[in-house]
Design a protein around this ligand. Structure first.
Ligand code: ADP
Length: 541
């Protein structure tokens, strides 16, 4: 058969030809911007010219710091299709880490939303390889800045030609790079090849994964700096789906409004985003969410209670997916099999709350510390190892490669069980597990159970040191405002008791006013543990 190169160029060109009239909608601070795939394609072509004129060569890295907007989508295609590598920069990183990732990637040019210029100014001196900053505004003049040289995105595009000869690239060439947080030390870079992204995008369109299609209206709420915006910008563009970009600082209310107004069918974010949106919908009412066929939850475990409430109150199916930056990221999706049809709703929720079945095309092993494989009985826990065409094989120029990529397998650092039907359930990250008297306790399981309590807004369970057992679980609980002061610790423990062995139950429950979150919106357990150890966790009564 023909050995055609699997590159992102096809994902750009095919929809422009087949669906030129389809829309891309982007929320700005004060309005909604709309244009068609034909307009989008024209601007990507112009942008490729701009990149070339600014001296970007094949193999160069180009950084982007931006909210999810139509301009960000243009950069997602123009940079890799002209042969450079898109560095999606997490703009919530601390200053030192921000300068580290831009230097480590060797970025030659930075595209930045006007509002983010102040993040770059203090580190500009350290960015030796950067030859210029291209600023994106919504029509306003670029803010005064000490950065130099500065270019205006819209001005450059307006002057650029409408033709560009996209090069024939090797499918192995680097299309993107994304840095993932490390337990200790600086973030680690993961490079995505054109081939990996192509196959990953295709996989997202399979009916039994996420089934992205031309008929969808897709809204990636997950930031586009986070693991390819979980792959939605590439797969949705390829299929010619209508796209909704939530823009700068989207509030839970903005999200509900966009779903309502644009009839979004697929939206994706970490669970905390949907927990926040749920509160707004409950308090304000009046939002129509019926268009949603999949509210995708990933990045952290989808609480079973959240799945159940969205289904029963709003008729919205939550689809639970799992992955990592190193896996592009889609690795598993929790879909029911046909044999599950006769099960009760409760049994179905149990399955849907699992991380799900391995995506077609990937291979896995689940192993104990000694390398032996666990039985697929839903009980034995082991570390998940992955292999496949969209799984990274190294960190970019990083010694830590050898700790994670061993004998051709990615060691995920996630402890899972696998049931008889092949459903993976993530019990914990190895670094978050509670090891009590040599036995493992899953903090994720306890959190899930706590979050099913009607008074609980959020819950995180962490390991705290214990003289006899080495570690014991501590539950940190944020109550919904109307329940503060009305629920006791004992009630929380009693609520958990029927579902767990006695030794799994938390030794204590702390009611706190907030749980710290990471830059990607997950519970920041490391910070919670440190705060506890320093005596800085302030319980509220
Ligand atoms: P970071 O380490 O910065 O959070 P990643 O997004 O790469 O970056 O994190 C991947 C990790 O997130 C996985 O290894 C896993 O521990 C967790 N994770 C992702 N999806 C889920 C999920 N559906 N359920 C539970 N944990 C998840």
């Amino acid at each position: 058969m023909m050995h055609t190169q699997l590159t992102l160029r096809l994902l750009l060109e095919q929809p422009a030809e087949l669906f030129p009239y389809k829309e891309i909608i982007s929320r700005t601070e004060n309005a909604t911007f709309r244009y068609t795939y034909a307009d989008f394609y024209r601007r990507v072509v112009r942008l490729a010219n701009v990149l070339q004129d600014l001296g970007v060569k094949q193999g160069d890295r180009v950084a982007v710091l931006a909210w999810n907007t139509y301009r960000h989508l243009e950069l997602y295609f123009a940079i890799p299709c002209m042969g450079a590598t898109l560095h999606m920069v997490n703009f919530r990183l601390f200053r030192d880490q921000l300068s580290y990732v831009i230097r480590h990637a060797g970025d030659v040019l930075v595209f930045v939303d006007d509002s983010m210029l102040p993040m770059l100014e203090p580190i500009a001196e350290k960015l030796n390889d950067v030859r210029g900053f291209v600023v994106m505004t919504d029509g306003e003049p670029v803010t005064q800045t000490a950065l130099s040289p500065i270019y205006d995105y819209e001005q450059l595009l307006a002057q650029a030609p409408d033709q560009f000869a996209f090069p024939d690239l090797s499918e192995e060439s680097a299309a993107g790079i994304c840095y993932t947080s490390a337990t200790t030390g600086n973030p680690k870079g993961v490079v995505y090849s054109h081939r990996g992204l192509y196959l990953h995008s295709l996989n997202m369109c399979i009916a039994d994964t996420l089934g992205i299609s031309e008929r969808d209206t897709v809204m990636p709420v997950v930031p586009m700096f986070h693991a390819n915006g979980w792959g939605f910008p590439y797969s949705a563009t390829w299929m010619g789906a209508t796209q909704v970009m939530p823009g700068p600082h989207p509030s839970p209310k903005d999200l509900a409004q966009l779903i309502n107004d644009e009839h979004v069918t697929v939206a994706a974010a970490v669970p905390t985003v949907w927990l926040d949106m749920e509160r707004v919908i409950e308090q304000e009412g009046g939002y129509d969410l019926h268009s949603l066929r999949a509210l995708v939850v990933g990045g952290s475990a989808a609480p079973r209670g959240l799945i159940q409430r969205f289904q029963e109150k709003y008729g919205v199916p939550i689809v639970h997916a799992y992955g990592m930056t190193e896996t592009t990221p889609l690795a598993t999706v929790s879909r029911l099999k046909s044999i599950h049809d006769p099960l009760s709703n409760e049994e179905k929720y149990d399955i849907r709350a699992k991380q799900g079945l391995l995506a077609s095309g990937l291979k896995m092993r689940v192993v104990r510390d000694d390398g032996s494989e666990v039985a697929h009985n839903g009980k034995e826990m082991g570390e998940l190892l992955l292999q496949g065409p969209w799984i990274a094989d190294s960190y970019y120029n990083d010694e830590r490669t050898k700790e994670t990529f061993i004998d051709g397998w990615l060691h995920t650092g996630d402890v899972v069980t696998v049931d008889e039907e092949g459903y993976i359930q993530l019990m914990d990250r190895t670094k978050d597990l509670v090891k009590s008297g040599g036995e493992w306790i899953s903090t994720v399981e306890l959190e899930n159970a706590l979050m099913a309590h009607p008074a609980v807004a959020e819950a995180a369970v962490i390991a705290i040191p214990h003289e006899k057992w080495r570690e014991r679980p501590l539950a940190c609980v944020v109550l919904k405002p109307e329940y503060v002061g009305k629920v006791t610790k004992e009630e929380m423990i009693d609520f958990l008791a029927p579902h767990f062995a006695k030794w799994w139950l938390p030794d204590d429950v702390l009611f706190v006013d907030a749980i710290p979150r990471t830059s990607t919106g997950k519970f920041f357990k490391k910070q919670l543990r440190e705060a506890y150890q320093k005596g800085e966790l302030n319980p509220i009564s």
